[in-house]
Design a protein. Structure first.
Length: 325
């Protein structure tokens, strides 16, 4: 907990919180985790796009202890910790906690504690982080509730058919398909030469766009306007009907809503107008989790774009989390 020392200004706090909660993330996650290191602690997480995808988690820590995280070790158990910050990325006094939460619709009659937020980076993808927590991947956190927002939970059954079929914004679809192809090739060795999957004049240059030195805008500028201009027809077909190493990669990664039953309440949020993570992803995920016996509610936040779906969802998530004990 914060000792009440002077914290950042509200303007500075908002800037830090934008970085912390990942408002610009391509896929957003809100997870309520309960830390065993403190009797009154919460965690929120937002996933960002990286080769394996990462989640940035902010947690409160008691005055006598700093929350750390343990790696799950195995690639088959998601939630591997990449790094934990040594110092808080954000410190709020009790008054600043109240000042931040009230505009989100969370009534705080008395904020008794400040918050020290530490950045914990997991190698995980939204609900996969929740699944890892439920399986005991981290001794300091257990899963309390799950609120996924606008995720591409079913790549091969829902998202890629929509992207290749024109139901996803073409420029965004091209970026995502290029990004995943390059990232997975580094792990699963899908091809030896880019010309096996990408068309000219892009073949031979796509991986360079995802070298960690290019911004998203620069990467998108180096790609064509739509998937058919980038992908070789046979590779596009393989994405719809994966075989071999691509099928193996799909089995490992494309199971966020399969093979487990959340033991906590789940409230999903998505936008039927989302041109990037199509709404059918959330509908399918809800069916899969309900079929496993989970308590799952899906809220449609409207005919809005991907980022706006996050902006509309976060206050609802914060309000719900505030009611949980």
């Amino acid at each position: 907990m914060s000792d009440g020392a002077a914290g950042p200004t509200l303007m500075g706090m908002e800037s830090s919180l934008i970085k912390l909660t990942g408002v610009a993330a391509l896929t957003a996650l809100a997870v309520l985790a309960v830390s065993t290191a403190s009797a009154a602690s919460t965690a929120s997480a937002a996933s960002t796009a990286s080769a394996a995808s990462t989640a940035s988690a902010a947690s409160t820590a008691s005055a006598a202890s700093t929350t750390t995280a343990a790696s799950t070790g195995s690639a088959g158990h998601r939630g591997t910790v990449v790094s934990v910050s040594d110092t808080p990325v954000l410190s709020l006094t009790p008054e600043q906690v109240e000042e931040f939460l009230e505009p989100l619709g969370v009534y705080v009659p008395e904020a008794r504690h400040g918050v020290d937020a530490y950045q914990v980076v997991y190698r995980a993808v939204d609900v996969l982080l929740a699944r890892a927590l439920q399986r005991g991947a981290d001794r300091n956190f257990s899963l309390g509730a799950l609120a996924p927002i606008s995720g591409a939970y079913h790549l091969f059954d829902v998202e890629w058919p929509a992207a290749i079929g024109g139901d996803v914004d073409p420029k965004a679809a091209t970026y995502y398909l290029a990004y995943l192809t390059v990232a997975w090739n580094r792990i699963y060795h899908l091809y030896s030469e880019e010309s096996e999957v990408f068309q000219e004049p892009y073949a031979g240059h796509v991986a360079t766009l995802f070298d960690g030195e290019h911004t998203i805008e620069e990467s998108m500028a180096g790609l064509p306007a739509k998937p058919p201009e980038l992908l070789r027809p046979e590779y596009a077909e393989l994405l719809l009907q994966p075989t071999g190493r691509l099928a193996a990669a799909a089995r490992i990664n494309d199971d966020a809503c399969l093979g487990w039953r959340p033991a906590v309440p789940v409230r999903m949020y998505a936008a039927h107008g989302d041109p990037e993570a199509v709404y059918a992803n959330s509908e399918r995920c809800q069916r899969e989790l309900r079929g496993a016996g989970a308590d799952v509610m899906l809220t449609d936040v409207g005919d809005v774009d991907h980022i706006t779906s996050l902006v509309r969802s976060v206050p609802q998530v914060a309000t719900w989390f505030a009611t949980l004990r």
